[in-house]
Design a protein around this ligand. Sequence first.
Ligand code: AMP
Length: 303
Amino acid sequence: MADSPLKLIVVGSIGIDTVATPSNRAENILGGSASYACAAASRFASTGMVGVVGDDFPSQYEHAYQKFGIDLEGLQKKPGQTFRWSGVYHDNMDERDTLSTELNVFADFSPDLPARYREAPFLFLANIHPALQVRVLDQMNPSSFVLLDTMDLWINTEAPLLAQVISRVNLLAVNESEAKQLTGQRFLPVAAKQLLAMGPKYVLIKKGEHGSMLFSNDHTCLLPAYPLADVIDPTGAGDAFAGGMIGSLAATGQVDVASLREAMMAGSVVASFAVEAFSLERLQSLTQAELDERIGLYRAMIG
Ligand code: AMP
């Protein structure tokens, strides 16, 4: 419904990806931080997407967003080519090399939030240039709860601007190496303390198959990843985790120690499905019964 209130807004990249793993390869598949995050978040809460695509963007990809129920009023279509990214995974399926990045219409992206997006109580600033993240924060209701993601590129090239963004968000999500890179600290609890001192009330450190850690000044929560027998494509796992997490928070509207732990569980489980296939395929086929079953199994495992 074009005028129904949205619980969550996600701003990020929309890409056409080519991904190679040691045993598989997929070309021109739907990717981007916003795609993974919205697909995951929309399982839990009404989600609006802010991003940009070119006039080459395949209509079946837009239909895929619609099938997830993602609100697309914030999706801009510009003349030119959609952002493209290609990468190749190492044998450990953890590290990867970027082979090419073509910004195309993403180079001039100016995230403008439709009026009804600005009042949403939750915002996920997925990985985009920190200058664009500032632009979004300036448009958003200041009482919205904001989750921030970033990447090594911005830590290396835009550190002062990124620090400004970090100071304005409620929850910072980084992976282990980004936490160390941002702080120069080797031990994660020390790095987390330093990141909390930069402004956010909560810091989430994602450790891939080794789980995740959430820190606040007076609380720490550790959770394992859902153990999978096989991973087909790890691309977007962090975005799916963060999307599932903030989608779960947005569903209840509560942010406290208990709801954050529940949200981390939701994020872990949705991310475990996301990596079982390329692109959004597994999230597309995922039924509510499968999701509930795995959340139950995960809950039983962690006790
Ligand atoms: P992740 O695996 O969480 O790093 O997310 C992978 C997604 O990020 C891919 O689907 C890419 O389309 C997208 N991506 C790659 N490089 C960038 C970039 N420089 N800025 C924004 N998104 C990117």
